[in-house]
Design a protein around this ligand. Sequence first.
Ligand code: TYC
Length: 113
Amino acid sequence: MTFLPLMMSDKPDGTEGDASILTKTKTKTQRPPLYKVMLLNDDYTPMEFVVHVLERFFGLNHAQAFEIMLTVHKKGLAVVGVFSFEVAETKVAQVMDFARRHQHPLQCTMEKE
Ligand code: TYC
């Protein structure tokens, strides 16, 4: 929040006599930071499992999920979505827990955008 001093003339001719000072309050709206959720490649997690994860936790259709899975497989990682801190944290935890329960080494991480 910034206070901008405003000099006000108190005489009809516009000159300063006994000058009064008004302050104007300027409120800057702050956007909450966003976080990229990324999936990392590995040599062991089956492709179909990754596709299933993308459909289940990120609401992607089969074609979108397959495309992102292939990007991760070829490039090493891909952003699978951008969320608020709380939502990103939940997605990462859900994916990591699901992978662990199925004994796959799939890694999911988040990073400030
Ligand atoms: N590289 C894996 C394989 O060949 C497939 C895979 C894709 C694994 C994406 C993880 O995030 C991943 N079976």
